[in-house]
Design a protein around this ligand. Structure first.
Ligand SMILES: Nc1nc2c(ncn2[C@@H]2O[C@H](COP(=O)(O)OP(=O)(O)OP(=O)(O)O)[C@@H](O)[C@H]2O)c(=O)[nH]1
Ligand SMILES: [Mg+2]
Length: 401
């Protein structure tokens, strides 16, 4: 699973990316700072099972801080897009190509209304961020439409002649975009388009189809960024009234805190509702001012920076993920070398015990015999559907380690 960061230029996409992945990709107050995609590791924040099991863990693939588990997930930051990007304006549809692999999108908007639709700085509060939400979605839809329309006449006729299904031909054209035929069928049916008669689908039908495919295959959360600015609160309310999932954030504040943690200046776990300065007397005046500002404009007004909440929401609300803890010794809850609760895996809801085995290692999946639910001490079959916070041992004919 991978989540992409999308939006017009200069909204803070790279700042959001750097804050969540602790990367150092270039950030600047002008459009098109990012050209090539940045791929990095962000973390999901969850309550670790170590608490409920009453054990002291020592994770390998993830981090546990006092019962808060941070689990690595992939995030990709791409170039900004401008109206008509699908036709090649700005950096063209390169950004869309860079998002091919994304399973869900975080749409970073400038909630302060201080940048125009091309990302140029304008007076605060003068641009409507809802305009950006609409145009970015439309660009995505038009880009899909362009792909489907390339040889629409031919494929719609082929489908009507009965040689091949329209859903499979559309899915084929969108393959490599993490879009499945099932999602295409779901979209066709939801619009009540007649699958056997694609030549009767008009331009609007095709556009709506693309919109629907985008919605099911690339679910989106709106990150209403720059919450620290005075004009943002009003816009956040307006965005929330019109869109399904909106979470306000302050990417810059999160970045400042994460860097401060790196330097040992503050105690802060991403997603916390406050931060703690370790040695206030050692701060420079400038640092003190910056922390005061973050406290006032972010924590006091919004309770958190929103960045962690958005990443969690992308994985849990949009992608419906669960977290599973594989172990090799179901009694000690450890791996072979004695690490307690070594790994935490993020999986889609509905994943089975066998899926987990394959995720750990192909050999383990192929030699799968059964699994053990370490919490209950019971055997599970290959098709057993896993739950969030399951601790599982896989028993397989494959020898590991
Ligand atoms: N006030 C405020 N400014 C922010 C915040 N996040 C980012 N910015 C500023 O917004 C500007 C653009 O940031 P970038 O992260 O480069 O934006 P981008 O969306 O990646 O831009 P492109 O790569 O050009 O598309 C910079 O001046 C950032 O400092 C925030 O939370 N609050
Ligand atoms: Mg950027």
């Amino acid at each position: 699973m991978i989540v992409g960061v999308i939006g017009k230029p200069n909204t803070g996409k790279t700042t959001f990316f750097n804050a969540s992945t602790l990367s150092h990709a270039p950030v600047a107050s002008y459009p098109f700072t990012t050209i090539n995609p940045n791929v990095g590791i962000a973390y999901l924040r969850v309550d670790c099972v170590c608490k409920e099991l009453g054990v002291k863990d020592n994770p390998v693939n993830s981090i546990c801080i006092d019962g808060t588990r941070l689990i690595p997930v992939e995030l990709v930051d791409v170039a900004g897009l401008v109206p008509d990007a699908w036709k090649g304006r700005g950096l063209g549809n390169k950004f869309l190509d860079d998002l091919r692999r994304a399973d869900a999108l975080i749409h970073v908007v400038d909630a302060s209304g201080g940048t125009d639709e091309e990302g140029r700085i304008i007076a605060l509060g003068t641009h409507d961020p809802q305009f950006d939400v609409d145009f970015v979605e439309r660009e995505f839809d038009l880009w899909l439409l362009q792909i489907i329309k390339r040889d629409w006449q031919r494929i719609s006729r082929t489908a009507e002649a009965g040689t091949q299904k329209i859903s499979s031909m559309i899915a084929e054209r969108l393959s490599g975009l993490s879009i499945t035929e099932k999602q295409v069928i779901e979209s066709i049916d939801s619009l009540k388009l007649i699958r056997e008669k694609p030549t009767t689908w008009n331009e609007d039908d095709l556009f709506n189809l693309c919109r629907s495919i985008r919605k099911v295959s690339k679910p989106m959360i709106i990150a209403a960024n720059k919450e620290d600015l005075s004009t943002s609160a009003k816009n956040v309310e307006r965005l929330k009234a019109k869109n399904l999932l909106v979470i306000p954030c302050a990417a810059e504040a999160e970045l400042l805190l994460r860097r401060a943690v790196e330097k040992g200046l503050v105690e802060y776990i991403p997603g916390d509702n406050s931060f703690h300065i370790l040695n206030p007397e050692k701060l420079t005046l400038e640092q003190k001012k910056a922390f005061d500002l973050v406290n006032d404009k972010v924590f006091k007004s919004w309770s958190n920076t929103g960045v962690q909440q958005i990443i969690n929401s992308a994985y849990f609300d949009l992608l419906k993920s669960i977290v599973v803890y594989p172990v090799e010794d179901e009694k000690k809850l450890s791996d072979k070398t004695g690490h307690i609760l070594p790994d935490a895996y993020v999986m889609r809801e509905g994943s089975t015990a066998r899926d987990l085995a394959f995720k750990i290692h192909t050999d383990l999946g192929e030699g799968f015999l059964y699994a053990i639910d370490a919490k209950k001490g019971v055997r599970l079959g290959s098709d057993h559907i896993l739950k969030d916070k399951d601790v599982i041992k896989i028993v397989s004919t494959a020898k590991r380690g």
